[in-house]
Design a protein around this ligand. Structure first.
Ligand SMILES: [Zn+2]
Length: 81
């Protein structure tokens, strides 16, 4: 996938930036919880063709936050080990 092309792509629903998943060959919008498939190297930017992501993958926040890490748990527990 061309990186310059990727940079131009936004979600057709929310105009948010998409995250390219190379292994899955998907472009993901975490705000809408949709993953747009890339077929033969061409992104299919149709909401009706997109895969609905698990609630787990979906961001609870709206576009605007620039943080991109989705690993780990953000629970507020203190103490422990
Ligand atoms: Zn979106």
């Amino acid at each position: 996938m061309d990186k310059e092309l990727l940079a131009m792509l936004v979600c057709p629903l929310c105009n948010g930036k998409l995250k390219y998943d190379r292994e899955a060959q998907e472009l993901r919008c975490h705000y809408d919880g949709l993953a747009y498939p890339i077929q033969e190297g061409i992104p299919v930017m149709l909401p009706e063709e997109a895969r609905a992501m698990d609630a787990d993958e979906k961001l609870p926040t709206s576009p605007g936050r620039a943080s991109g890490s989705a690993s780990g748990r953000a629970s507020g527990q203190s103490g422990g080990v």
